[in-house]
Design a protein around this ligand. Structure first.
Ligand code: ADP
Ligand code: MG
Length: 255
């Protein structure tokens, strides 16, 4: 795709639950190699939008394109293979497995050869496994958790588990990683660490959408911020202009 094509385009998205629009007429786009923030009051449609773009909910109307390719209504697995991966607010990792195993496991659904090839140790599979090991090795350093590489992830703190989920999401080298509340419930020191990690990953070429309640975190990290209110986009812009927008203050503070 040429660079003028947005990485993600959401056009006229609508999702209703029992006739009530959770998301309506939602349109926005995200450029390549950016960190885009999504903020908005509770119930403004952030999670529903993410669920729709990652295939976990089926929209009632609208179009979603990833790098120009229509991904509307594909399954989460197909969307992930197309290059859009999301993390969840609650950490989804395998606590009994080591950090290394978690990362290698995260790459498996994206490996072309299946378990039969794996079992037979076919050469194509070896190459994929080797590539996954190299990737895991890079990522464990990026998240600063090498000393826990072979420890079961259950011993990690909540913030560290969030980092493991983030690294697992990056294992298959997605074009876009969507983080749902990456610092919710994380202590302030750890929040700074997660911030550093995301900035370093961004410098290494990764693109993110960050959905967060923590507005300051979003404002520090994101070059572009989209504000959702009542299931639609209210405004968007750079952090400064969004922070100074009277309508945003009103939506948050009711003033
Ligand atoms: P946010 O993530 O911004 O807090 P949500 O996307 O979770 O907002 O919710 C938007 C609206 O849709 C809310 O009014 C919520 O109650 C409603 N909603 C979300 N998911 C469901 C569902 N599965 N069933 C019914 N209503 C839902
Ligand atoms: Mg939500």
């Amino acid at each position: 795709m040429n660079s003028a094509t947005p990485l993600l385009e959401v056009e006229g998205l609508r999702k209703s639950f029992a006739g009530v629009h959770a998301v309506d007429n939602m349109s926005f786009s995200v450029a390549h190699n950016t960190i885009t923030g999504v903020i908005g009051p509770n119930g403004s449609g952030k999670s529903t939008t993410i669920d729709c773009i990652s295939g976990f909910q089926r929209p009632n109307a609208g179009r979603i394109r990833l790098d120009g390719r229509d991904i509307t209504r594909l399954t989460p697995q197909k969307i992930a293979k197309a290059g859009l991966i999301r993390t969840f607010q609650t950490v989804h990792i395998y606590e009994a497995m080591t950090l290394r195993e978690n990362l290698l496991q995260a790459a498996r659904p994206f490996q072309a050869s299946g378990w039969v090839a794996d079992f037979l140790r076919l050469p194509g599979m070896r190459r994929e496994v080797d590539a996954a090991m190299v990737r895991a090795d890079e990522l464990v350093d990026m998240i600063g958790l090498r000393k826990y590489y072979d420890a079961p992830t259950r011993i990690l703190s909540y913030g560290q588990k969030k980092l493991v989920a983030l690294a697992a999401g990056l294992m298959p080298k997605p074009r876009l990683l969507v983080l749902d509340e990456p610092v919710a419930g994380v202590n302030p020191t750890r929040i700074r660490e997660i911030e550093e990690v995301i900035l370093n990953l961004h410098a290494a070429g990764e693109s993110f959408i960050i959905v967060e309640h923590n507005v300051e975190f979003v404002m520090r990290l994101c070059e572009r911020v989209i504000v959702f209110v009542g299931g639609s986009k209210m405004t968007e812009g750079d952090p400064k202009s969004v922070q100074q927008d009277a309508r945003v203050l009103e939506a948050y503070l009711g003033i």
